[in-house]
Every structure is written in structure tokens, then in C-alpha cells.
Write a protein that binds this ligand. Structure first.
Ligand code: DP6
Length: 320
């Protein structure tokens, strides 16, 4: 009745922002991501007859409130599928700052969905586990798959697009500030869809950028992929900025990194930026240029650390 799992976070190359159905957590736009080796969540789930309620220990600290409610909601679905009532003890740890726009919910719910189904003895394949993770956090659906993964608009589960070896890339995560973000993704996208006049335009144009990114991954075309990723990022953030009140995740250092990436490109280095619901900037580049780009990012005022990532593997069960 227990299982331990490692799942890797992912960064969207074509962004998801907005829901078609918030009850079922189905996405309004298609998204495409790269799963990252260096950002990992390890989660242990143990179903235990002696527990009166589910317990959550997050990064070494007992956790209640909303994080535990979201965990219980996923466990309830697993219990329903397995026909059992037993409560569980969940111990989870990230090797990167939680809730700082580094997609901890992606690897977190992917790891939880896989660990809980394995601990309950449910014979779901990765696609089935992806559907379970998606109901809790849509970006988590993509983290079950290593390499490149896609989640289509309205889809139940993510799909594998290509393994990481198909198109070796480096994602440099420039950490500009740590600490919890102001508005989480779930609330941020609901606020955007309710109040931003640019939200319908985002939903209309996102599929074209997804198709461009998808084709560019299959054809191993970094400039085409990078252009789609930057446009997807800027269009998504434009929709947030136009909400009322506007959602602004950028800090001065984020802008400095973006300008540096454009300056690198003007000098002939293929480097492209993306941002999520937080101040950090992630920069996509070729392995041969990674060293140079990393040095340039570290020189930007306000960048505290750069985490160098390559494509990561599927979520998987581990011993212990
Ligand atoms: C900006 O998957 O965290 O990182 O489904 O409400 O849990 P919920 O949202 P979440 O949103 C991620 C948004 C994003 C872009 C992306 O990862 O595609």
C-alpha cells in the first residue's frame, strides 16, 4: 500500500492559460512542453488504516489548508477508482523553490498521481495517470512524459510528442527572486478569463503558436520553436496584463534577462526566453551555446542563480 515516485517539472514551449471547463479542469488552449531533468519532485504515498484523515508533509513541514485539500481531492479519485476508503500519508519534496513560478504543481501532481495509483494497486498506464494528474493541475498532465509532451485543448490526458534525444536542447532557468508568488496560476487564469478583453484573442491565436512549436520540435528547428515560444509567452502575459486589475509577474531582473536574450540573438546566438506565472525567465538554447548563454544570464543584475536543465525522463517509481 505504498509507493515512491520521482517526477520532473516541465516548462511550456507553447503555453496553457485558461480553462474550457473549470469543474473538470480541461484546458482552453493546446500546450506543448519540455520535461526538465534538473527540477524534480520526489513523493512517497502510504495508505494507512490507522489514519483518520490524509496527511501531507511538504518539504519537511506538515502542511494543511489548500495544498492538503488539493492532495485529498486527488486521493479521493484514486480511492473511488480502487474502491477503498483508506487515508494516506503523503511526503513530498522538491529540489527547487516551491510556489515561485517554477511549476512545482506540475511535477508535484504528476508524482502524486503516479505514487497514489501505484500504492493503491491501480493498473493505469502513463496516459491514465496523466488524466488523473490533469484534473488537479493541467500542466501536471505533461510531466508524466519525458522529453516533449502535448496537452490538446479539452483533452483528458497529455501525449508524448518526442523523446528528449530527438532534439537535444538546454533550458536555462534564471532565478530572479525567490519567495511565494502573489497570484497562483489557477486563480490568475480565472481572473484573466473573467476580466481581460485580450483573453479571447489569446484563445484564438494560441492554437497557431502550438502548431508552429509542435512542427518545429518534430523538424528540430530551434529558431522556429523559439519564435513560437516567445510569442506564446508574450501573448499570454499580454492577456494577464490587460486583466482588471492587471496581473504583473515581471520584476526588473526579468526584463533585463529578456533584453540580454535579444542582445545575444542580435550577435548570432540562438537563445529564446519564456516566462510563466512568476518572475523567473527560462532561456532555451542549443547545447553548444549553453555555457556562453549561462554566463551572460549570470551577469544580469538581479539574477541569483541559473539552473541548467536538459530533457528529463518519464515519471517513474523508485525503491525506498
Ligand atoms: C503559466 O497547470 O498550474 O505555467 O491547471 O489551474 O493547476 P492549473 O494551472 P497550472 O498552470 C500552468 C500555467 C503556466 C503555463 C503552462 O505550464 O503551460
Amino acid at each position: 500500500m505504498q509507493a515512491k515516485v520521482i517526477a520532473h517539472s516541465n516548462i511550456a514551449l507553447a503555453k496553457y492559460w485558461g480553462k474550457l471547463d473549470s469543474e473538470r479542469n480541461l484546458t482552453a488552449v493546446p500546450s506543448l512542453s519540455l520535461t526538465l531533468d534538473a527540477l524534480r519532485t520526489t513523493t512517497h504515498v502510504q495508505f494507512d488504516e490507522s489514519l483518520a484523515s490524509d496527511e501531507l508533509v511538504l518539504d519537511g513541514r506538515p502542511s494543511a489548508g489548500r495544498p492538503r485539500e488539493r492532495v485529498t481531492r486527488l486521493l479521493d479519485r484514486v480511492r473511488e477508482l480502487a474502491g477503498m476508503q483508506t487515508r494516506a500519508r503523503v511526503t513530498t519534496a522538491n529540489d527547487f523553490p516551491t510556489a515561485a513560478g517554477l511549476a512545482s504543481s506540475a511535477s508535484g501532481f504528476a508524482a502524486l498521481a503516479l505514487a497514489a495509483t501505484r500504492a493503491a494497486g491501480l493498473p493505469l498506464d502513463l496516459g491514465g495517470v496523466s488524466a488523473l494528474a490533469r484534473a488537479s493541475s493541467a500542466s501536471a498532465a505533461r510531466s508524466l512524459f519525458g522529453g516533449f509532451a502535448a496537452l490538446r485543448a479539452g483533452a483528458e490526458q497529455a501525449e508524448r510528442v518526442a523523446p528528449g534525444e530527438h532534439f537535444p536542447l538546454v533550458m536555462l532557468v534564471a532565478l530572479t527572486a525567490t519567495g511565494p508568488k502573489d497570484v497562483g496560476s489557477t486563480d490568475g487564469m480565472q481572473h484573466t478569463s473573467r476580466t481581460s478583453p485580450y483573453y479571447p484573442a489569446w484563445v484564438e491565436h494560441a492554437p497557431r503558436l502550438f502548431e508552429q512549436a509542435h512542427g518545429a520540435v518534430l523538424e528540430r528547428d530551434l529558431p522556429r520553436l523559439g519564435e513560437a515560444m516567445e510569442q506564446s509567452t508574450l501573448m499570454m502575459h499580454a492577456s494577464m496584463l490587460a486583466a482588471a486589475p492587471g496581473l504583473l509577474y515581471w520584476v526588473p531582473a526579468s526584463l533585463r534577462v529578456i533584453h540580454e536574450v535579444r542582445a545575444l540573438r542580435a550577435r548570432g546566438t540562438a537563445a529564446y526566453f519564456t516566462m510563466d506565472a512568476g518572475p523567473h525567465v527560462k532561456v532555451l538554447t542549443a547545447p553548444a551555446d549553453a555555457e556562453r548563454v549561462e554566463r551572460a544570464l549570470l551577469d544580469c543584475d538581479g539574477v541569483e542563480r541559473v539552473v541548467r536543465c536538459q530533457a528529463g525522463p518519464d515519471a517513474r517509481e523508485v525503491q525506498g
